[in-house]
Design a protein around this ligand. Structure first.
Ligand code: ZN
Length: 476
């Protein structure tokens, strides 16, 4: 037998969306995987004679690169569906940060596990979890272990609040989370970076939000990231008021300050980055920073549309993120669709976005931001492969598979998720963990948390007529 044409898994007879440099779609294609890597991609005819330990017939399915979620908060699943109808600062001040200040490690980990399962079942293979509650060393490592155990590739960006700043105080954020000085936060962060070692899951520092973090915390995180050779992530300019809040506190816009401090390069990755002026767009572009775009979250909190193409044209690497499951879901197919629609609606231009562009952000561009050697089905890349069932009324007729997947597709159609050459999800079954036990544990622990905090749905009923209407209906 020719060793060169042996593989562990051969996906064959599917529509292969390679996302390679030519964006080739192979109508009747095949992908061969050996160990952790893709060893061949071509037509089914070309690869038909390959010897494979397992041959997966993908007739009626698309074979796509695994999707990459560049910004998430898995623990937020604990409050799923609560906290509806508020804008960012109110949502943080009245709902999410009190929840974050009170959640206990077993509750957070239970939520993390179920959110990660949801992501895997929707075709996510790399996930960046910006974990911040609780953010002690043991829980942070526990989150990394949970991703590893489920079979994901990923990053735990440990979110830190640091000292209680005037901005946080003035804007009603819970002081309970701002309990460590910068030196203590850096010591814990260093411990996480030293303790953890894995090929598949890494740990990055994350000052949680440039706007309300102390400047020393941001500087410290960047220094630590450099020392350990990793990237870092933070929220910045998510709400329209953020740059003004920053400017009135420090006399400078946030991205200008970071540029002047020498903090910006390709290792700097930002969640949201919606409200940048022209100067800041040039700054992040010139320094080739990464931006994780979260259109579903931005719509949920009414944060606004981001200048997507201006940022990409300026030079940033851009990926997509689900940004937690508190009010939305982990399904990057939905997020791809919204990426396109938000731009069209905001600019009143039907050409302001398209399906291929959104698919690029969810795959090869996201890989660039997350710094992983995946995001394409090409020889030599890591074997992160997803099979999507096209044999559905919603997929017929299928003329342009990428358009069909983006505009009509859903994570529910994912039939198989492979990470690092290992099948972690297939036909509704998780191969590494007990799904039912995870869901039961999360339901029980998160219910206790919600009860303890006295959270009710909808938390926002005092804030709008919609909440009141729901309450009336439930009484009737
Ligand atoms: Zn976020």
């Amino acid at each position: 037998m020719n060793q060169d044409s042996y593989c562990d898994t051969l996906f064959i007879n599917g529509i292969v969306v390679t996302m390679d440099d030519q964006r080739r779609v192979i109508a009747d294609g095949a992908v061969a995987v050996r160990g952790q890597r893709i060893v061949a991609v071509g037509s089914a005819d070309e690869l038909r004679d390959w010897n494979a330990a397992r041959r997966i017939d993908c007739r009626g399915s698309a074979v796509i690169p695994g999707l990459i979620d560049c910004h998430n908060h898995l623990f937020q699943l604990a409050g799923r569906g609560l906290g509806d109808g508020m804008a960012l600062w109110q949502w943080l001040g009245e709902y999410m940060l009190p929840l974050a200040a009170n959640i206990q490690a077993p509750e957070a980990l239970a939520a993390v596990r179920v959110a990660a399962l949801e992501a895997v079942s929707c075709g996510t293979t790399t996930l960046l979890d910006n974990h911040y509650a609780p953010s002690d060393v043991e829980t942070t490592l526990g989150v990394a272990r949970a991703l590893q155990e489920i079979g994901l590739r990923g990053i735990v960006a440990r979110g830190m609040f640091g000292p209680y700043t005037q901005v946080a105080q003035d804007n009603g954020l819970d002081c309970a989370l701002f309990q460590h000085n910068t030196a203590d936060e850096m010591a814990s962060m260093r411990e996480c970076l030293q303790e953890w070692s894995s090929d598949r899951v890494s740990i990055w520092p994350s000052p949680i939000n440039v706007i309300y973090n102390d400047q020393s915390l941001v500087r410290g995180c960047v220094e630590l990231a450099k020392e350990f050779g990793v990237r870092w992530q933070t929220h910045c300019s998510e709400a329209a008021a953020d740059p003004k809040i920053y400017e009135s506190a420090y006399g400078v816009r946030p991205f200008v300050w970071m540029r002047d401090e020498g903090l910006l390069d390709a290792d700097a990755t930002f969640a949201h980055a919606i409200w940048l002026n022209e100067e800041e767009i040039s700054i992040v572009g010139e320094h080739q920073c990464g931006i994780a775009h979260n259109p579903m979250s931005n719509q949920y909190l009414a944060s606004g549309p981001m200048p997507l193409r201006k940022l990409r044209q300026a030079g940033v690497s851009m990926g997509l993120g689900a940004d937690g499951a508190a009010g939305h879901c982990m399904d990057l197919f939905q997020i791809m669709k919204q990426t396109v629609y938000v731009q069209r609606q905001a600019l009143l231009d039907p050409q302001a976005g398209n399906a291929l562009e959104a698919f690029e952000l969810a795959t090869r561009e996201g890989a660039r931001l997350a710094n992983v050697d995946a995001g394409q089905l090409t020889e030599g890349k890591l074997a992160d492969v997803v099979v999507v069932n096209l044999d559905k009324p919603s997929m017929a007729p299928c003329f342009d598979v990428v358009s069909t997947l983006v505009y009509a597709g859903s994570g529910n159609q994912v039939s198989l998720t492979m990470v690092d050459g290992q099948i972690v999800y297939e036909q509704g079954r998780f191969t590494q963990v007990d799904r039912d036990a995870f869901i039961e544990d999360a339901q029980q622990r998160c219910s206790q948390l919600v009860q303890r905090l006295g959270l009710q749905f909808p938390l926002s009923r005092a804030h709008g007529a919609r909440g009141a209407a729901i309450q009336d209906a439930s009484v009737a």
